[in-house]
Design a protein around this ligand. Sequence first.
Ligand code: ARG
Ligand code: ZN
Length: 864
Amino acid sequence: IAIRLEDYRPPDWLVDTVHLDIDLHPTEARVIATLKMRPNPDADGARAIVLDGDELKLSRITLDGKTLDPRAYVATPERLTIPRPPSGPITLEIETLLNPSTNTQLMGLYQSNGIYCTQCEAEGFRRITYFPDRPDVMAVYTTRIEADKAAAPILLANGNMTESGDIDNGRHFAVWHDPFPKPSYLFAMVGGDLAFIEDTFRTMSGRDVALKIYVEHGKAHLCDYAMDSLKRSMRWDEEVFGREYDLDIFMIVAVADFNMGAMENKGLNIFNDKYVLASPETATDADYASIEAIVAHEYFHNWTGNRITCRDWFQLCLKEGLTVFRDQEFSADQRSAALERIGDVRNLRAIQFTEDSGPLAHPVRPSMYREINNFYTPTIYEKGAEIIRMLRVMIGREDFRRGMDLYFDRHDGDAATIEQFIACFAEASKRDLTHFSQWYSQAGTPHVAAEGQWNAEAKTYRLDLVQNTLPTPGQPSKEPQVIPLAVALFDEQGRAMKTDEHLIVLDRASQSVEFRNIKSRPVLSINREFSAPIVLRTNATEEDTQVLAAHDTDSFNRWQAIQTLAMKWLVAHVRGAEANTAAPLLDALKNVLADRKLAPAFVAQALAMPTEGDIAGEIAKNVDPDAIFRARKALRGTLSEELRASLQAAYDTYAASRGPFNPDAKSAGERALKNAALDLLAANGDAKAIALAARQFADADNMTDRMAALAALMPHDIPEREQAFKALYDRFENDPLVIDKWLTMQAMVPEAATFDRIKALTEHKAFSFKNPNRVRALIGAFAGNPSQFNRPDGAGYRYLTETAVAIDPQNPQLAARLMGAFKTWRRLEPGRAAAAEAALKAVAKAPNLSRDLADIVGRALAAP
Ligand code: ARG
Ligand code: ZN
């Protein structure tokens, strides 16, 4: 069934308080929920009580203390209905029985390596007890947990602990109270035998907050970076957004079995191990950066998500887009704003632009869904963040901050909507943001053509702008969007012209802007800092692009210019122009490699050529992944030969400067450049470079250098690669997070034999279809290996769909996520497209599909 935005109705009944009494047991956990409910004064119509459930078993129900007559209610696993309740406030007591040990969906209450934990967003609370499981029902929760003290000495829930103690038979209990009303999706509890580290944070108003990070025994020494990230996040949110933490304690629990990255449950964040645990020996610089970003993200949700939540799930971007924006800003401040932007845009193009141009495209605020879990997408998160960033560009930083303050002030405690959010910025900036808001409702990435014409006599420069958005499912025709374009002009020597930076707001299908007093032919730098999430075409000459690659004062556009030179070569090569010259790109890269003023991390980004996915996106139609692979390989080979001396010099410079490992941005940037140089040096399989990579692999004292060396060996079918795979396994076989890297790297090998290697690895004792991290590391990475997943024989597609169907009964969310690999199938050349379609149709015919999987497959196959 389809859930529609326009069908929203306020809840008939409100819940003021929830008292949960949870008796933990691996197979027979008992939950008694006491709900104080009253009719919603703002609702009209039917007053029946209808509570959500999911696979629930009701064992007892009372209303105002009296056992409810069986004729007075209907209980199914999915619903508890009381058709004719009293007309005033009531107390319901509902007892359900759960089996955490068989809960393989990892939604509701489940066990991860023997630890009881919960995941309730979006609709998991209904797997614990019958409840109006919707975010606009906000209640104050008190949670009493009882368990065997030996099995679960640690008992945690949201809020502050108010009581704890021993009871007979080796059992004990703890009571937690969360004074902040919250929706059910933010409920959490944990019980288990856990190690922890602790610290404290003094808030800006002088309150001391206890900070704890809980992990499995033997892992406590891996939590320091997460704790440090947490403290920096708390300080940053005070300084930049004026947001202070509100409970006496903030807890993070890391578990091994988790469907997503992490969850912002009030006061008790639950994390995937992968985003907490780190040591130089086991985590790469990229892992450290993700830990910092995700710890911040979940912490920032305390205000953008928890204190102000969403009225319904259509508003998901209200908390997710905004919180991604906030974590990106945090990372930019902690590290480098320019590098953060380059990384964020690379990611946006890779995961969101691809979604937005294919069958799974949807608006940032969808108007219909069948399964909400399928909408935790790059569009909601990453494009949602881009809208906030554009808003700030449009109204300026000061009005943006005033709008945020107004939002926090006005909506604290609310379950809010996008309209309410935007209204705060309209008020703070005194602007009409109606048209701008269309970014939330219209899907698809706008294409903008910018053509400049310099008139030497009139000394004017005219910029003609045209925008167009292609149709997306359910939206055959599109309106012009409001597109803020930051613009600067340079002269042909790369000197900034006096018109400085300028903001053009393109809000019609086409529009022209004229710059006056332009005495020489200008070079246009447009969409600086990627001010709008668009696909851009300009009439720049290759020489113009070279000027920007050498001189643009905006680091993002300087990087972009280098990518543009590379992309031009790549696309020409894919289209058969094998002899086209790479000279402009080579010049630009030589330049960058020689420029001592540039941050090493920037140089590393400049050396990282567009990915196969980037190239496929650029080509957009009739995509042949093998031709793309060959073109990219050829380009990297050319760079390897032509830049050898400067690459070797860059490698030597930063290989020499080795001290004790430091995960900070500067050291990470130096490692990034050294490793980008190594990667290109080895691109052709040159014997000296392979020996260098093999030596780095063997000698590395940290995982960044070890994995970079392995990545440099990985594309080559050589004994050194297999020896490295074996050495990595032998050394880290007991560390699942490193095993994931081992699996992923093997899944990425661009050779036909990879397919058999994958199948063999699924039988390996280190692999398990039950753990989402393992599945994503192996199967998910294979789906991201463009040349091998897209084998012309279609075996890759069939393998992925068969795997998804096999996982579906156990974990529908995991199965549906794997199918995300099909979001680009329609752009493939006809042979592969037919094979992908056949594989999808076979899934559609399989019996008993979960709603998650059926929804994804249905949309992937729907007529374009
Ligand atoms: N709110 C979490 C986050 O962004 C993600 C939870 C997603 N859960 C799900 N079942 N889809 O941080
Ligand atoms: Zn989030």
